[in-house]
Write a protein that binds this ligand. Sequence first.
Ligand SMILES: Cc1ncc(COP(=O)(O)O)c(C=O)c1O
Length: 377
Amino acid sequence: MNLFDVYPLNDIEIVKAAGSTVWDSNGQEYLDLYGGHAVISIGHTHPHYVRRLTDQLNKVGFYSNSVKIPLQVALAEKLGKVSGKTDNQLFLCNSGAEANENALKLASFYNNRKKVIAFKGAFHGRTSLAVSATDNPKIIAPVNETENIAFLPFNDVAALKEAFAAYGNDISAVIIEGIQGVGGIREASVEFLQAIRTLCDQYNAVYIADSVQCGYGRTGLFYSHDYSGVEADIYTMAKGMGNGFPIGAISIASKFKPWHGMLGTTFGGNHLASAAALAVLEVMEQDNLMQNAEEVGNYLITELRKFKEVKEVRGRGLMIGIELPEELSAVKKNLLFKHHIFTGEAKPNVIRLLPALNLKKEQADHFLERFKLALKD
Ligand SMILES: Cc1ncc(COP(=O)(O)O)c(C=O)c1O
């Protein structure tokens, strides 16, 4: 059997990893500023993480949600504390798409409505409703097509107000990334997030903060939406949550009341996944990783803005987009194959930096030196 060939691959096999360094099968070392799509939050093979997962595996790796799993309770407590949302409730699942799917479903159960507002440039995942709320017709299969999603321009308060005035009582939810990731590292304005909060309150719609990529401490705040000073009703998360172990979740405001069977999953919140997520939060707390993300991120953003070749540097903390002109479209490839630095990309010509939150200043400096060379390659 062959693999179903849906991924364009770089001809590199990673065989070893530690912190923000990875090695390929030829022994070549790379600086990892991508963390495999923003997933590696506390660094590859972090000793505390490896120990906690190994210990857990030696006790019990999995049992379903039909029995008590105290690790889930400990995770809910810790996540509530670290994110500053101690009154919220936690539902655990397995991925970002699943988190958004459950958030949209919960909103619809809550207000018994169907319409969802999403935004141009949004990416919310590939499951049925999450992909329908994603602004990319190429990946929406006919069976996912629905009239229930309306795409509005990003950061356009007037268009949002108009939509609510026209059909506000049909709107179940507004879903928005605090910083669009796949869309090219574009930040929602404070004014826009405040308008979403006000209109959702006015019309009893649900504000869903997709924090799958921009959340979990990456920007220096736990949820990137926090900088706006408004609270969402549901926060969705995944990626950095398990440092590579598949886990997703939604943090749910206390006004939502659960009933048995309302949401569910076989694997979500299993023993190993919960241990992985706890290990991540423990390291984040012990090593002040949100502060490091803010400091090293600010440093990188400031230094990158000094390059005259760069069109624009966007983002916050360690979620950074470097927009380059068309003639420098080879820089990303050169960074990987000549300078041995992993970065991400967004269309049309944006380099995305999504490294581990404990990236060191020396590693940031190494990147800046190499980036300077890559601009001249
Ligand atoms: C903002 C955002 N939401 C949702 C998802 C989907 O997450 P997953 O791939 O874990 O389903 C992604 C993935 O890139 C994302 O960036």
